[in-house]
Design a protein around this ligand. Structure first.
Ligand code: BES
Ligand code: MN
Ligand code: ZN
Length: 508
């Protein structure tokens, strides 16, 4: 990952491949953002005009390259759009900075060093720019090394080194913001790696082994239930879903405990390492990206490790429900009835509605510890994608205030999310003539139906929320802002923020 430093040096004397500056959209054309004064001065204060001549407007996502002025030790100036000039008295928002830094970091792939001269008003800006750089510079080319030359590899390598100008290396708040951004971005990028790893390599057992290594490194308690242990304890949901695959399922429990904590959060992640649909096989065109179906578990894993690295004063337990959904002679069939870990029976009407089955068992296991709240994260339904598009996740909950708090936390960290209801009338669509409940109901409102199913497996009186990240978990389009193609790490930052808020006593 890119190495980050804070520096109060002046831009002209910095030896780097490029100096990144901000340009905002003003009423009468582009406006050079604070932080770039030295560059503007070297252009005789006419940089805004130069940028306008080059076609820049300051719009978000825009990128303009120009030669560095004479006397500068860097060759290139990169101007990134910050969007509208903020209203009087308000600074540039964290998300505008994060995205602009991400756009610049992305185009700097292959470069050795860049200086970021974006507007830094406070420690929050330092954190946002650092996150933008670290997340934007991400690339996944583990599987691309065959036959490529060392030079080709270097050209694709993420930006090696970045200096944030205006960040004060001796300011405690600035240093803390940089440390937080580094820890969270590192873990988030690891989640992206897991999501992007092909399913022939990332089996449930392989994922569990990676969690075991991380637990050792960060002093977390870990328990891994393999298929035999799952059978012994009656995890019918996870075993049913995993039964069709030669790669057997796992339930991983990862615990971070803080001596000062008086609250306990449980995070539960859907970890389908590949979703073929099972016997209700997905048609071609619908399974090419289904290695992403463990994105919820990856997010939970990253959030627990982040909480440990940040030393948050809250206990956080992560549950990873890992299975591969495959069709075979031992696979669960439409019509089968599973006895779940909670004791409830489920008639499986569609083997492609598998996420709710593995989550049901993990939610019940999480409930047994009576945490203050449970949040599950899952690429659960195509219906949520239809409802909210590919960049926004849905939030459902059994508590209105908790749902709102999560929505606020998501907004704070720059993750688009939206509250969704759990309409009671949709519950009866899952009535089964044979079992306690069916794993499918009405087609309309399918994302909400899935939420209602999960609610049945949350322990009595426990505050619970469900994040359906089917849309934003995997970016099938081009990279934008600090979001790469492929695995995005959706929900990691929201979960970490929730843990922080809980530690600070500002939640529940
Ligand atoms: N993993 C899918 C949901 C999904 C779809 C995630 C597209 C990301 C992108 C899930 O297991 C699934 O197949 N859901 C079904 C449920 C249906 C059978 C009730 C769906 O949404 O079609
Ligand atoms: Mn499915
Ligand atoms: Zn799935």
């Amino acid at each position: 990952m890119t190495a980050l430093t804070l520096s109060t040096s002046a831009a002209p004397g910095l030896r780097a491949d490029a100096i990144v500056i901000g340009v905002a959209k003003g009423a009468k054309g582009p406006v050079v953002a604070p932080g770039a004064e030295a560059v503007d001065n070297a252009y005789d204060g006419k940089l805004a005009g130069v940028l306008e001549t080059l076609g820049a407007s300051g719009a978000e996502g825009e990128l303009t390259k120009l030669p560095a002025p004479a006397g500068f030790k860097s060759a290139l100036v990169i101007a990134v759009g910050l969007g509208p000039v903020p209203d009087d008295g308000t600074g540039y928002g964290a998300e505008a900075l994060r995205r602009a830094a991400g756009v610049a970091a992305r185009t700097l792939g292959g470069a050795k060093k860049a200086a970021f001269a974006l507007p830094v008003e406070d420690a929050a800006a330092v954190g946002a720019i650092a996150e933008g750089v670290l997340l934007g510079a991400y690339s996944f080319d583990v599987y691309k090394d065959n036959g490529s030359t060392a030079k080709a590899k270097a050209d694709k390598a993420p930006l090696a080194e970045a200096t944030l100008l205006g960040g004060k290396p001796r300011d405690a708040a600035h240093k803390a913001a940089l440390a937080r951004a580094t820890a969270v971005s590192e873990e988030l990028n690891r989640a992206r790696d897991l999501i992007n790893t092909p399913p022939n390599d990332l089996t449930p057992a392989a994922f569990a082994a990676i969690a075991q290594r991380a637990a050792k490194e960060h002093g977390l308690k870990i328990q891994v239930l393999d298929d035999k242990a799952l059978a012994k304890d009656g995890y019918g949901g996870i075993l049913g879903v995993g039964g069709g695959s030669a790669a057997t399922p796992r339930l991983v429990k990862l615990s971070y405990t803080s001596p000062g904590a008086d609250k306990h959060l449980a995070f539960v992640g859907k970890g389908i390492t590949y979703d073929s649909g099972g016997i209700s096989l997905k048609p071609a065109g619908h399974n090419e990206t289904m290695k992403c179906d463990m994105s919820g578990a990856a997010a939970v894993f990253a959030a627990v490790v982040s909480a440990a690295r940040l030393g948050l004063e809250v206990n956080v337990t992560g549950w990873l429900a890992l299975a591969e959904n495959m069709p075979s002679g031992s696979a669960v069939r439409p019509g089968d009835v599973l006895r779940m870990y909670s004791g409830k029976t489920v008639e499986v009407l569609n083997t492609d509605a598998e996420g709710r089955l593995v989550l049901a068992d993990a939610l019940w296991a999480a409930s047994a510890e009576n945490p203050d709240a449970i949040v599950d994260v899952a690429t659960l339904t195509g219906a949520m994608m239809l409802a909210l598009g590919s960049r926004t996740f849905g939030i459902m909950a059994n508590d209105d205030a908790f749902r709102s708090a999560i929505h606020e936390a998501a907004e704070e960290v720059g993750e688009p999310a939206w509250p969704m209801p759990l309409p009671e009338h949709l519950r009866k669509g899952m009535d089964s003539p044979t079992a306690d409940i069916a794993n499918m109901g009405e087609r309309m409102g399918g994302g909400l139906v899935a939420g209602l199913f999960l609610r049945e497996f949350v322990g009595e009186g426990i505050t619970w929320a469900h994040l359906d990240i089917a849309g934003p978990a995997f970016n099938e389009g081009g990279a934008f802002g600090y979001t790469p193609k492929g695995g995005t790490g959706s929900a990691v930052r929201t979960l970490v923020r929730l843990a922080e808020l809980t530690a600070e006593g500002d939640l529940g």
